[in-house]
Design a protein around this ligand. Structure first.
Ligand code: SAT
Ligand code: MN
Length: 597
């Protein structure tokens, strides 16, 4: 256990408010995990999967109202509204705490309060942070055990040091004798809150049991709170995958990449190169924490210990490494369960066996038009089960980052890959990341939905100040010559008749190859108004039949289209008002001037 008085006081305080039947301090052992799983299987909350097909695996189905992060109920609570900025929901800390305190009173009646000590980052790394999550959800406990380093070993390292308090309740107290439901949560969306108090490093979550709403180490701590800490302390907490790439000459470099959702981040992190001699290894698929070392090299750790990956359309075709990560010791949420005790989801690569139970606990009827898995169904799997896990993925020192990649889904305008002229230009590039949406998709006017640095729902402070923080990282770099190079990629460019110009998936290694060559100084590029673009012959397309004829279009920069893009960028920049750093305005003016030349 612990002698940390601050921690003991905090737990006692909340136990008195939430009034659980029991308090359980999680030690993280196999026995504890098995006991929790057994209890949930017995109560019907979880289904045990077949021990031969999926050893050590269980499946859960959530309440149909509780299936994803709730962005409109996610709040950044700062004294001043402008500190949350135009992209976050804001409420004052006092008002939020008063409101939520009412909800927390007696909220754990009939339940056990679990205390989860966890480390984001390898135990003992100087980049790592310790959090303590209070929760009344045993589902959260078993997930946190995979997603973080969790248990007594964390308390031992904590000693009487500081921790980030993370409070969570599903918000569904039980009356004496009341039978629990499979997936307790607050039934009304307005009763849910995912609140962050960056000024005091606190997280209060209420009403949801799903993913990032409830596994508070992930988006809440490792991005929203950590982005604030990183800003104060001069480092970076980013929504980025980290991967190692080795070329046929045996040279290995690490890159970090940010993409908005649904752009294939996990697939890129676990890519299997189809061309000989290349190797990709995964350090992380979602979050990167980065600091300069004594030599001035920016080094990254993956603060997580597992993957919380989207299941649908994960297959042996699209991502065998993700699939194998979930072979055993994994938790599945909102997937189908087959009669022989395996899992099934849309796009898994084979037909749905008759009698499969869908995510709403009904036998699937193919004629119903309903999907078997929820589109946001997930697998929770230990990272070290990934066949391509990087040997240095737990190195407390982190891995050296040579390049940043940004990208979105851009059917037009944006070339396959281009490189920023310098750091601030790269920051500008990150600030305009976005995906094109059709009018139908969001019920609004068609256009580009901007997701700067893929951090829109995860930046815990004013996004304009966040751009400023990135600029200051470049300005204050101990050795500017060692800063990572910055690139934008776009796998999704289409021809005028709507055909994909680039095959994507594993073939993206060919683009990563060019990026590696730029890092190594092996290859020239064409200077264009938007940045350095590859000479088409420098992208290796050996063995890609019929690809040659698309290469001109893939690397083309059309000034007219980019001037139209600039009108959209102007609208985007206006949203940040006075918080938009002057350097970002200067970058924009310089881009327009280059395009008009
Ligand atoms: O639910 S999570 O926040 O963990 C995953 C996601 O929405 O990106
Ligand atoms: Mn993510």
């Amino acid at each position: 256990m612990t002698k940390n008085q601050k921690l003991l006081d905090w737990v006692n305080e909340w136990a008195a408010i939430c009034q659980p039947d029991n308090v359980h301090w999680c030690n993280g052992s196999d026995e504890e995990n098995q006991q929790l799983l057994d209890e949930m299987i017995k109560s019907g909350a979880a289904v045990k999967l077949d021990e031969k097909k999926r050893p050590g695996c269980v499946a859960f189905n959530s309440d149909p109202s509780d299936v994803a992060r709730v962005e409109n109920r996610t709040f950044i609570c700062t004294s001043k509204e402008e500190d949350a900025g135009p992209t976050n929901n804001w409420m004052s800390p006092d008002k939020m705490k008063a409101e939520m305190l009412e909800s927390y009173k007696g909220c754990m009646k009939g339940r056990t309060m679990y205390i989860i000590p966890f480390s984001m980052g390898p135990l003992g790394s100087n980049i790592s942070k310790i959090g303590i999550e209070i929760t009344d959800s045993p589902y959260v406990v078993v997930n946190m055990r995979i997603m973080t380093r969790m248990g007594q070993k964390v308390l031992d390292i904590l000693g009487d040091g500081d921790f980030i308090p993370c409070l969570h309740s599903v918000g569904a107290p039980l009356e004496a004798g009341q039978k629990d439901v499979r997936w307790p949560c607050a039934s009304n969306i307005d009763d849910k809150y995912i609140s962050h108090f960056p000024e005091t490093n606190e997280i209060w979550s209420f009403g949801s049991g799903y993913g990032g709403n409830a596994l508070l180490g992930k988006k809440c701590l490792a991005l929203r709170i950590a982005s604030n800490m990183a800003r104060r302390e001069g480092w970076l907490a980013e929504h980025m995958l980290i991967m190692g790439i080795t070329n046929p000459q045996g040279v290995k470099k690490y890159i970090a990449a940010a993409f908005p959702s649904a752009c294939g981040k996990t697939n890129l992190a676990m890519l299997i190169p189809p061309i000989p001699g290349w190797k990709v290894e995964t350090v992380g698929d979602d979050i990167a924490w980065m600091k300069f070392d004594e030599e001035g090299v920016l080094r990254a750790i993956n603060p997580e210990a597992g993957f919380f990956g989207v299941a649908p359309f994960t297959s042996m075709e699209t991502n065998p490494n993700a699939l194998h990560s979930a072979d055993k010791n994994s938790i599945f949420t909102n997937v189908g369960v087959t009669p022989d005790g395996d899992v099934w989801w849309e796009g898994i690569g084979h037909d749905c066996p008759e009698g499969t139970i869908d995510w709403k606990n009904k036998v699937h009827d193919p004629a119903s038009g309903q999907t078997v898995a929820h589109p946001n169904a997930r697998f929770t799997s230990p990272a070290d089960q990934c066949p391509a896990i990087d040997p240095a993925w737990e190195d407390p020192a982190g891995v050296p980052i040579s390049a940043f990649l940004f990208g979105g889904r851009r059917p037009s305008t944006v070339p396959l890959v281009y490189q920023a002229f310098d750091w601030n230009h790269g920051v500008f590039m990150g600030s305009i990341v976005g995906s094109e949406v059709t009018a139908a998709a969001i019920g609004l006017k068609a256009g580009v939905r901007r997701d700067p640095f893929a951090m829109l729902p995860f930046c815990g402070y004013n996004m304009g100040d966040y751009f400023g923080h990135w600029i200051s990282i470049g300005e204050n770099a101990p050795d500017k010559s060692k800063l990572p190079l910055i690139f934008n990629v776009n796998w999704f460019r289409k021809s005028e008749d709507g055909k994909w110009l680039w095959p994507g998936y594993g073939e993206n290694i060919r683009v990563l190859g060019w990026i590696l060559d730029r890092v190594l100084g092996n290859v020239d590029a064409t200077e264009t108004p938007i940045g350095y673009v590859p000479k088409k012959e420098d992208i290796n397309i050996d063995g890609l039949e019929g690809q040659e004829k698309y290469m001109d279009e893939l690397v083309e920069v059309d000034n007219k289209l980019w001037l139209e893009e600039c009108e959209l960028i102007a609208e985007h920049q206006e949203k940040f008002g006075d918080a938009l750093p002057k350097q970002m305005k200067d970058q924009f003016e310089a881009l327009k001037a280059r395009l008009k030349k």
